[in-house]
Design a protein around this ligand. Structure first.
Ligand SMILES: *Cc1c(COP(=O)(O)O)cnc(C)c1O
Length: 468
């Protein structure tokens, strides 16, 4: 054994204690750590012939990179849709690294940790109020890969409607995909899967400051297809204003038309945890496939999301992802192997942080997190409505505040204002274009965020105004 490795093995307890101390110091200071750092040069460093051991690596890392690590897991990082990590999720994630399983199968010899993943999926289905027997689920790196996985199966389904096995034969002919407000990652998935991103058929959104699909226009677009099958990508929460497509309306169309129904509910799925908002998802249990992110509102560390595909489509899923070295034998769900159902072959026990967090906090824990985030969004929105300088661009439908600076004079200065705000490092938000206007988006999904954080952010929002 290499001498330095030998030494590290001997020092393992010391190393892990040191990492724990570093982790605690970081988390204890998360309130004070900046949410943004200015660009800075990072000096190059070269590989050395002899390494320095884990403790020295940790010390060097801290001295060179600590200042570049932002409080994205902290309570005032409201950019994109950024979750934090619950204590139990961190515990699960650390152990997933320590155990280092290669999660594929549920029985036989060797690693059978896929059982833990399947159990976690069942817990998640129960959390979200979805039927726990209908869907097969698995973990991937994020909602992007979840959309990719679901749309790959949808593509196979679409081909099969015309007798084509796209996974074997490749893409040819027209593949109809309809959507009103798809997330950019769905469009990216269409590009990767050979649909061609420009071939997406855009459906109108409803009138009146909405981002949800207009079902009348949808039917109009469907009639142009003259009976051809298609894929519908619907939104369970758009990113700007968290508008939901009318799932019950879409469900009625399922009786009339032949289509694959995919829902991107990356973070909106968690509306199911709050009784007052559950109705937004009514009807979604009939979707063919659903995307849900875990590193957003479930508050587990990156990279974590899952897909759900109706079990009735399992042969299409296998046709899409089957690994030729691991043919399935007999019933694919009996002799289950994840590598035949999703993009990766080797994969970590990604479910473990979610398993820990679900066990630790239960349905009530997640109800509290979701309801608290919604309350925070409403508090910030109330400020936007009261304060002269700001304008709320859409009602707060769930957990996101989409706003801008009020008045013609400031309409081109919104992004500059946001740059100043973000530079202060107290709160972080992201720019967006809404209804053709420069706008700002604050999304609340972090379990730590309190009313005090909203007040601290409001102070910083006011301060940043002074520099306009
Ligand atoms: C965040 C998000 C995605 C992409 O998710 P990643 O986890 O970044 O891959 C897709 N859809 C929606 C609605 C999202 O909010």
């Amino acid at each position: 054994m290499n001498e330095i490795l030998k030494e590290d093995l001997k020092n393992l307890e010391l190393i892990l204690n040191q990492v724990k101390a570093e982790g605690l110091e970081f988390l204890d200071g998360i309130d004070r750590r900046p949410t943004s750092v200015k660009n800075r040069e990072i000096a190059n460093c070269d590989l050395e012939e002899y390494g320095s051991g884990a403790l020295a690596a940790l010390a060097e890392f801290k001295s060179r990179f600590d200042e570049t690590i932002v409080a994205s897991t902290g309570p005032r990082y409201w950019g994109f849709v950024t979750g934090g990590s619950t204590p139990a999720a961190i515990a699960g994630d650390w152990l997933a690294t320590v155990y280092d399983q290669n999660t594929q199968t549920i029985k036989g010899q060797g690693d059978i940790s896929a059982n833990i993943e399947l159990e976690t999926v069942r817990l998640l289905l129960q959390l979200l109020g979805l039927p726990d027997e209908d869907y097969l689920g698995g973990f991937v790196t994020g909602a992007t890969m979840s959309n990719f996985t679901c749309l790959a199966v949808a593509r196979q389904w679409l081909g099969m409607q015309n007798g084509r096995d796209i996974a074997r034969e490749g893409v040819s002919g027209t593949l109809n995909v309809l959507s009103a407000m798809p997330h950019s990652s769905s469009v990216k998935s269409l590009a990767l899967l050979g649909f061609g991103s420009q071939n997406l058929i855009k459906v109108k959104v409803m009138p009146g400051n909405r981002e949800a699909i207009d079902l009348n226009d949808l039917e109009k677009q469907i009639s142009k297809l003259k009976g051809q099958p298609f894929i519908l990508i619907s939104s369970g929460g758009t990113v700007n204003t968290v508008d939901f497509d009318d799932f019950e309306g879409i469900l009625r169309l399922k009786d009339k038309y032949h289509f694959w129904w995919h829902i991107d509910a990356a973070f909106g799925a968690f509306a199911a945890c709050a009784p007052a908002y559950r109705h937004l998802l009514k009807g979604w249990e009939e979707a063919d496939s659903i995307t849900v992110d875990c590193h957003k509102w479930l508050n587990v560390p990156y990279e974590n999301a899952f897909f759900l595909v109706k079990k009735e489509h399992r042969l299409l899923q296998i046709a899409s992802f089957q690994n030729s070295n691991a043919p399935y034998l007999g019933d694919p769900l009996e002799n289950f192997n994840y590598l035949n159902f999703l993009p990766e072959n080797s994969r970590r026990l990604k479910a473990l942080p979610a398993w820990f967090s679900l066990k630790a906090y239960g349905a009530k824990g997640y109800q509290d997190i979701v309801e608290s985030c919604i309350a925070r969004a409403q508090e910030l929105a109330a400020f936007m409505e009261e304060e002269d300088a700001f304008e709320l661009l859409a009602p707060v439908r769930l957990n996101t505040v989409c706003f801008s600076l009020k008045g013609e004079a400031y309409k081109d200065q919104v992004f500059e204002y946001l740059r100043v705000l973000n530079d202060k490092g107290v709160v972080f938000m992201t720019p967006t274009i809404y209804d053709g206007r420069q706008a700002i988006r604050a999304a609340f999904v972090n379990w730590r965020t309190t009313n005090d954080d909203v007040l601290i952010a409001i102070d910083s929002l006011r301060q940043a105004l002074k520099s306009l």
